[in-house]
Design a protein. Structure first.
Lengths: 426, 252
């Protein structure tokens, strides 16, 4: 690991704090992931990626920068990776999932702000995230009020922060706005990278991202099997790594894992004992290393068989159409169509999310829904009330949890989760 | 066969030992910084064949005592149902949490909710408020509240903020027992809000240590327009439910 010290220090990281972070992360990973039984062989690749998440992957980014490629960081599934790849740049997710340097974040942010935002600030201000330090451009987006106002604060700490505006309704004007914003984003990317978006590089980028999404959707599909061939924790991890890894290598690794899982399914092999209850997690995104709730769920007698989340199917379920397209304009239209379908709770109303939860409940033979809320995340918390009422009315048992990145409520969460599992087991 | 139900709560540990449908023994002890020691003392010279543990400390003992565990939600649902067969709603106000359980006609849990992760509006909240008002114990505090004819309004549910609110009310000359009644009303309002949301209909069993509080009891019965049963020993409902669960488990 010490090989990377020079690289980290050149990036301006606080080496001491960073060491602490890596050691906490390493321990958590060991306890949560490596203790799982009968994991697929194919997970070794993802273990390796996580082991090198601040090492080898960062070195790849630095090497690419030396060759003149740009690194573009973002915080949301509304920022199209296709556009970034089209200008031969690298896209990385910057969302953070650990309670790190919250004191620092609270110097510039109110205390009552969601952990995801606070964590991103904690990492930036504490200088422990090599990804954000390696970025040539950081892209924010106007999703919730928390994020859009926090970007105003963040702008004084980042040399180039670009904001994409987002619509809040699924209307024609909303879609026009999104398309206009993507057009502006293309101009920004072309300026940063010095490369033009052409039909060919755009189409190729769409194909790469479509293949990546297809691979994780294939993985999702395999989780329909009983016994389930892979844990929810491992599946979540793959969905998290989705945002960091080289897309082509990631796609190949997911597909290789899926080949193995298909063999497992044929043999009736699974990762949990018979009678394990199947649940779906729905709600706020879980960024690395936010594994708290899935870990509790899967050590309390249930298996997570799907994530209705930005880090999960909400973010990946739509592919971009490329048939019958001949121009950049056509592809831009198709990209807009694709991203406009994402059913984030910032949209009002947002009925397709509820439909999707019900669809996942049926499709993955789940017995219940765990609605996961980050404290102070207004859009999802407010939506959780009607979502819960509708699901329960349709005889879909639902447990609403509200938590943050701290570890102090583990016992309380465990009691609720165990009681919920008892309830759906009958 | 002797079946033990052990409920390790945040403030008290409760034990019930049953033989068939008969309760042989009930025991309670205040919990401490060393819950295992409390449990061992409680179990000293007690014999049983099978044990089911519940409460927040259930996982602490499951290996050491090689017992089965169930959540307190399930334990309270089973216990309350055995106490009143028409029970469809359980309100349990314990030392550090409040829970409401909705039960269907078959006795299955169909919905439950617990208070947030802080102890606002629980037994511990009452203890701290009694202390802030210089009452010697909860009983004295509850009796004083019952004697008041009107109540001061308490706005804060956070224990720390409520304590300073109480102190500032007193320093402004508010009557101690009226503040006491205000505190009790706050707890009741909050608990009934949860109850009416999660389990809006059916007979209620009111359990947990706070159900012993005469003033809370009276206010709940007054304000709730449905049948409320407070068991003679409301603290042991969880331990009793755990023991009953053990019986069905062993009969299988």
């Amino acid at each position: 690991m010490s090989d990377y010290n020079q690289m980290w220090s050149e990036l301006g990281l606080d080496l001491e704090a960073h060491d602490v972070l890596l050691s906490v992360l390493g321990d958590a990973y060991q306890n949560i992931f490596m203790t799982q039984k009968n994991r697929p062989e194919g997970m070794k690749y993802f273990d390796f990626v996580m082991g090198e998440v601040h090492g080898l992957r960062i070195k790849e980014l630095i090497d690419a920068k030396v060759q003149g490629r740009k690194v573009i960081g973002s915080y949301c599934v509304f920022v199209p990776e296709e556009l970034i790849l089209a200008v031969d740049s690298i896209s990385v997710g910057l969302c953070a999932g650990a309670e790190f340097n919250f004191e620092g974040a609270e110097q510039v942010l109110p205390r009552n702000i969601c952990a995801l935002i606070k964590s991103a600030f904690g990492f930036k201000l504490g200088r422990v995230c090599p990804y954000i330090e390696a970025c040539d451009l950081v892209v924010g987006e106007n999703t919730c009020d928390g994020k859009k106002k926090a970007y105003e604060v963040l702008s004084s700490y980042i040399k180039d922060l670009y904001i994409i505006d987002l619509p809040q309704t699924k209307s024609n004007t909303g879609k026009m706005l999104l398309k206009g914003e993507y057009l502006k984003f293309i101009a920004k990317l072309e300026e940063i990278s010095g490369k033009k978006i052409t039909y060919e590089n755009f189409k190729k980028a769409i194909d790469i991202v479509n293949a990546k999404r297809k691979a994780v959707l294939r993985l999702a599909e395999l989780r329909k099997a009983t016994p389930v061939p892979i844990s929810g924790l491992d599946s979540l991890l793959i969905n998290q790594i989705f945002f960091y890894d080289d897309p082509v290598r990631f796609t190949n690794s997911v597909n290789a894992l899926c080949d193995e899982l298909e063999e497992r399914i044929k043999k009736g092999e699974g990762v949990f004992p018979e009678g394990t209850v199947r649940v779906i997690i729905s709600g706020c995104p879980m960024a690395v290393p936010n594994w708290k709730v899935p870990y509790i769920v899967e050590t309390s007698g249930a298996a997570i068989v799907g994530e209705e989340s930005c880090v999960g199917e909400r973010g990946t379920r739509w592919l971009t159409e490329t048939k019958n397209s001949t121009t950049v304009e056509d592809l831009l239209e198709n990209i807009t169509d694709r991203y406009f379908k994402i059913d984030c709770a910032i949209f009002t109303p947002n009925p397709s999310r509820l439909d999707h939860i019900k669809e996942m409940f049926e499709k993955y033979y789940a017995k219940g829904i765990i609605h996961y809320n980050l404290q102070f995340c207004q859009p999802y918390i407010i939506e959780s009330g009607p979502v819960e009422a509708d699901l329960e009315n349709n005889n879909i048992p639902t447990l609403r949890l509200e938590t943050d990145y701290s570890q102090e409520d583990i016992n309380q969460l465990k009691t609720r989760i165990e009681a919920f599992i008892e309830r759906i087991k009958g | 066969m002797k079946i033990a139900g052990l409920d390790i709560g945040s403030r008290t540990v409760k034990l019930v030992v049953m033989d068939d449908s008969k309760i042989l023994l009930k025991k309670k002890a205040l919990n401490s910084y060393d819950p295992l020691n409390i449990v061992f003392n409680l179990l000293d010279s007690i014999s049983y064949d099978y044990m089911v543990a519940t409460g927040y400390g259930r996982h602490l003992v499951s290996e050491i005592l090689s017992c089965t565990t169930i959540s307190e939600i399930k334990a309270f649902a089973i216990g309350s149902r055995a106490i009143n067969s028409s029970c469809r709603a359980v309100l349990d106000i314990g030392g550090q949490d409040t829970k409401v359980i909705h039960i269907n006609e078959k006795g299955e849990v169909i919905k439950f909710e617990m208070n947030d992760k802080c102890a606002a509006g629980t037994g511990r909240f009452l203890e701290i408020m009694a202390h802030a008002l210089n009452y010697n114990n909860i009983d004295e505090f509850s009796k004083a509240a019952c004697s008041a004819t009107k109540a001061e309004t308490i706005n804060n549910m956070c224990t720390v903020f409520a304590e300073s609110e109480v102190i500032s009310l007193i320093s402004r000359g508010a009557k101690r027992e009226e503040v006491a009644l205000g505190i009790h009303k706050t707890i009741v309002g909050r608990s009934l809000g949860l109850l009416n949301r999660v389990a809006p209909s059916g007979d209620v069993v009111f359990a947990g240590g706070v159900a012993l509080n005469e003033c809370v009891q009276r206010l709940i019965i007054q304000e709730l327009k449905r049948s409320v049963l407070v068991p003679p020993d409301p603290q042991i409902v969880g331990a009793y439910g755990a023991a009953l669960y053990g019986q069905t488990k062993k009969m299988k």
